[in-house]
Structures are given as structure tokens and as C-alpha cells.
Design a binder for this molecule. Sequence first.
Ligand code: F0G
Length: 351
Amino acid sequence: MWQGLLHQYRDLLPVTDQTPALTLHEGNTPLLPIPTISKEFGIEGYVKIEGANPTGSFKDRGMVMAMAKAIEEGSKAVICASTGNTSASAAAFAARAGLRCIVVIPDGKIAQGKLAQAVMYGAEIFAIKGNFDQALQMVRKIAEEEPITLVNSVNPYRIEGQKTAAFEVCDALGEAPDVLSIPVGNAGNITAYWKGFKEYHDKHGFGLPKMVGHEASGSAAIVRNQVIEEPETLATAIRIGNPASWKKAIQAKEESGGLIDEVTDDEIVEAYQLLAEKEGVFAEPASCASIAGMIKQVKAGTIPQGSKVVHVLTGNGLKDPVTAIDTSPVKPTVIENDFHEFKSALSGVTT
Ligand code: F0G
């Protein structure tokens, strides 16, 4: 039976005899081929479905490690800033472990499902009239002054936990892919995957992918090489203008011979719908930057035809039902509770 990441990868993680066996059975997520999109764009494509984690995003991988270490070190409370997924994950693991959890979110700019999770898991929630970058500044400062553990990805244990996704990708394929296509927000995850690929290559010789990251155009700080004071994008998860792991993301790009580019909200929405309609996979908008970015780079020739591309789908589509409903052309046909009306409304559909 799968027993979670700390058990599975004990030897590759900073797990000691004192580390509690915390788990929500995170990790072990599907690596699913996407045959229709692959054919259309001339690649061998897969999606790493991180929305299958217990709280519906990749954050659980890092959070289980960070929370276990916080407990090991005697902490009684954790804090994070979040565009939504980190707060959901922190709140869940804190609930499980019996720790106090404080989350700071940008007011009005997190998806409803994520807020619902933080509420249900019993976090103490502060919604600031500001953005993620400002929230992060605030929690970093408090964590320096008060006995409370910061569980954003600037906590190195978060990166340790998240690197396990690279191990799973290599094990599923029997080698590293040619390209790892990944959304970039605060840039912790691209940092973690690159660390994971390098460590697994050293251990098993699986090879190394090119790291291809995608920011949203309205918050493309790394691409533009400047802090974005007022980041904007419909992909609220990556609405970040001053990524904390900026330098490490550039390092991952450079060491791997990859690239970091941007995708527009229109390109994200197109990919979001394509993935759901052609492959039956519903991922949240930010996640679909990995598909949108692949399409852009294939068209530009920077991802060559025939490449084996793994796209990281960082979060579940159900996290953000409002964006799904608002952007979809599909609208329910409202009819009377009347069989004849139903039948005539159906005509043309059933023939
Ligand atoms: N995709 C999703 C669904 C996310 O929630 C995030 C980050 C990213 C991609 C980007 O990952 O920051 O490691 O580059 N969400 C954070 C949060 C910021 O607070 O939940 P990154």
C-alpha cells in the first residue's frame, strides 16, 4: 500500500528517526499520455496530474515535508502567504497534525475552491488588501519575529518534498523526458523539479530534461527581468510579480539548456479548454500554462517535433469553478419539466 512521500522516499529526503510519519497519502500521481494533443502538435505528450493529490495540488508534496520538520523541531504553529493552493495544503496538514495554521491571502484574488478548503480545514485566514508578493513579505517578517514556522517555498523542506515529483516522472517513463513543461509563479516548483531530476540522475542515470517554464504575461517578472508591481492574470495561482526563487529558476533554465517564456491569458484559456475537451482532463488555469507554453514553443520551433514532453498540471480544475463557467462556451439549456419540450429541444442532437 502507498504510504505517502516520507515513507516512499525516506532515503532521498531529510527524514530522520525523529521525523513524524505524517501523511495524507500524497504523491504517486498519474502520468497520463495525451494522445490527441500529442498528434496535433507532433510531440509525445504526457500530463503529470498533481490535482490528484489529497488537497488537489502539488503543494502537498512540499507541505508534508515542511510540516513534519516543523513538528520535529517543536513548532506549534505555521504560517504562509498564498494565492490559494499553499494555504489549502498547509491548512490540511496542520489540521492532521494538530498545529495552528495562519494563512494570508490576497483579498478577492483566490479561487473559491481554495478558500473553501482553508475554511473547512480550520485555518485562521487573513485576506489582505494587497497582492501575494506583499503577503509574502508580511509573513516572512512575522516568522523572523515570532515562534512560528514559515511554510512557503522559501522553506527549503518544501523544495525537498516537491522534488519527489521528478522521481515519479522518471520512474513512470523509465527515463527523464526531453522537456519538462511547467507553470512558474513563485518559482519554487521549477526549482524543486530540477533538483529532483539532478539527484535521480546521479542515482539512476535517467538523464536530464530541458526545463521549460511559463509565466503569465501579466506577471512575467523573470521573462521581463523586472519586478512587476501590480501583477495581473486570470490564472490567479501564478499572479506573482516578484518570485522568491527567481535566481534558482534561472539556474534551472540555464543548467538544463531550457527556457522561461510567457503565455497570455487567452492562450491559457485556450489550452484549458483544449485539455478538458480533447483529453478529458480538467486542470486549473495556472496549470494549463504548461500546455499553452508547449503549444507556443512547438510553433516557434524551440520544442522540436517528436519531443517527449511532460506537462505538470499543478492543480485540479475543480479548485476554480467560477473561471470554468465564465470562460466556457457551453451553457446549460434551461427547459420546463416537460417531456415534449425536452424531446424537441433534443432534436438535432440525437439524430
Ligand atoms: N500552479 C498552481 C496551481 C499554483 O498554485 C502555483 C503556486 C503554481 C503553479 C506556481 O508554482 O510558485 O512554485 O512557481 N501557487 C502558490 C500558492 C504561490 O500560494 O498556492 P511556483
